[in-house]
Design a protein around this ligand. Structure first.
Ligand code: NDP
Length: 453
């Protein structure tokens, strides 16, 4: 008889858990996975995928408006939120089904229920206990709400993707990825939108020029940014909600959304009882091989708080399967990870921001191009693009590429390859431009921005 029921038992069937389990099974491991919510996890069910579908929906407004400059007698038609949400849900159901089928076709045993760790080799699901040589925690994260009076009246991104009706006005608390993406969605679909941020600008951690440029474009679209402002109280009113801020001002809106970060899902897993260490944020610290403080227990993805991005969770999961079940020790790199913010207009970025580069390198060269994209010469839209290269002044290696404007996310994937290959500014310069495009500006920047005094 086998020593264990399974070689690997994964808790959490999101992007990371599914990737690890399928890759492990492909190497002949006997694998089980359990999921207490819906198979697919944050990205597929209530994150990247539904969010991006809603961003597409919101972008149609620009399409209808811009078409007039191109000779189309276009009127902006009425928009129907319930029909969008129903169609979005059909697509999410389809993907959920595909994930389940993929797991089954890979030979992974799926339990659609919560799992709890009983001991370092045992997981309990629905009152039954299963033993496993190794346990993988891939339980992801969950939205965090600020601790203020009346916060129960605020929705999070989870509910915002499934509202029964589109509110006439929305106040979003926070200014990170989720806040600016939902601001673009709600504004594009017709709501009045405000963002309340405690800092001076949106998107802490992103390159400062890019953050400020996005804020300018969002403001032009009528989104209000209430900077240096904290909410203190939310009350229900006859037709919506009243938010009081720390200046004593009140804001009456139809919906309050908290987009104030996410926390790792570790509650109720039984981690403390078997000695898995948690950090102050409740995340599971792991080493470069995704090992926790308990030898047979591993963790990947958002629950480890390394880099909360779907492709990172997938890469961590696959690397773990290679290491444990294919005799190929594999670690992933966290440098030059391209990311996008699907705001309207979007941001794409890879590598170091100017501030990060200046902190790490003695001499940094900056190149910038800001212009009105060709599309808007005829559309008449007052929207600009900003592109920026951050270069090591000594080696001429390109350290960071940043862009705010149409198609920025699509460009960053390819620029990530260039940065991973160690491309220098000279390599960018000797690449022939693709004309006419916006992307060509990345190989046409000549003038260095003067060094700061
Ligand atoms: P972020 O960490 O990006 O942003 C959180 C925001 O909330 C910040 O503006 C922060 O302010 C603010 N905030 C935090 N606590 C409070 C508080 N108590 N009161 C008021 N404001 C507060 O979190 P998100 O929830 O937007 O996203 C979580 C993660 O999910 C991201 O970091 C990203 O890794 C991932 N993600 C990726 C996406 C993509 O790749 N396109 C899309 C969505 C999410 P401050 O800046 O001052 O700290």
């Amino acid at each position: 008889m086998a020593e264990f029921d399974f070689d690997l038992f994964t808790i959490g069937a999101g992007s990371g858990g599914v990737a690890a389990s399928r890759r492990a099974a492909s190497y002949g491991a006997k694998v089980a996975i359990c999921e207490g919510s819906r198979v697919g996890g944050t990205c597929v069910i209530r994150g990247c995928v539904p969010k991006k579908l809603l961003v597409y929906a919101a972008q149609y407004r620009d399409g209808f408006e811009d078409a007039r400059g191109y000779g189309w007698d276009a009127q902006t038609p009425a928009f129907d939120w319930p029909s969008l949400i129903a169609r979005k849900n059909m697509e999410i159901d389809r993907l959920n089904g595909i994930y389940i089928t993929m797991l089954k076709n890979s030979g992974v045993t799926l339990f659609e229920s919560f799992g709890r760790i009983v001991d370092p080799h045992t997981v309990e699901v629905d009152g039954r206990r299963y033993t496993a040589r190794r346990i993988l925690i891939a339980t992801g994260g969950w939205p965090t709400k600020p601790n203020i009076e009346g916060i129960e009246h605020a929705v999070t991104s989870n509910e915002a993707l499934d509202l029964p009706t589109l509110p006439a006005s929305v106040l979003i608390l926070g200014g990170g990825y989720i806040a600016v993406e939902f601001a673009g969605i709600f504004r594009g679909l017709g709501a009045d939108v405000s963002l309340m941020i405690r800092g001076e600008h949106l998107l802490n951690g992103f390159d400062d020029d890019i953050r400020i440029a996005l804020e300018g474009e969002m403001t032009k679209r009528g989104i209000r940014v209430l900077s240096g402002t904290r909410p203190t109280k939310i009350e229900k009113t006859a037709d919506g909600f009243r938010v009081t801020d720390h200046h004593g001002q009140t804001h009456d809106v139809g919906l309050v959304m908290a987009a104030t970060g996410r926390h790792p899902n570790t509650n109720g897993l039984g981690l403390e009882s078997i000695g898995v260490t948690l950090d102050k944020a409740g995340a599971i610290p792991v080493d470069e091989w995704s090992r926790t403080s308990v030898e047979s227990v591993y963790a990947i993805g958002d629950v480890t708080n390394r880099m909360a991005l779907t492709p990172i969770a997938i890469a961590e999961g696959r690397a773990l399967a290679e290491t444990l079940f294919n005799d190929t020790p594999t670690r992933i790199g966290y440098d030059n990870v391209p990311t996008a913010v699907f705001s309207i207009p979007p941001i794409g970025t890879v590598g170091l921001s100017e501030a990060q580069a200046r902190a790490a390198h003695a001499k940094v060269d900056i190149y910038k191009a800001g212009f009105r994209p060709m599309k808007h010469t005829l559309s008449g839209r007052d929207e600009r693009v900003l592109m920026k290269l951050v270069v090591d002044g000594e080696t001429q290696r390109v350290l960071g590429c940043h862009m705010m404007g149409m198609d920025a996310p699509e460009m960053m994937q390819a620029l990530g390859i260039a940065l991973n290959c160690g491309a220098t500014k000279r390599d960018f310069d000797r690449t022939i431009a693709l004309h006419p495009s916006t992307a060509e500006e990345f190989v046409l920047m000549r003038e260095k921005v003067p060094d700061p005094a």
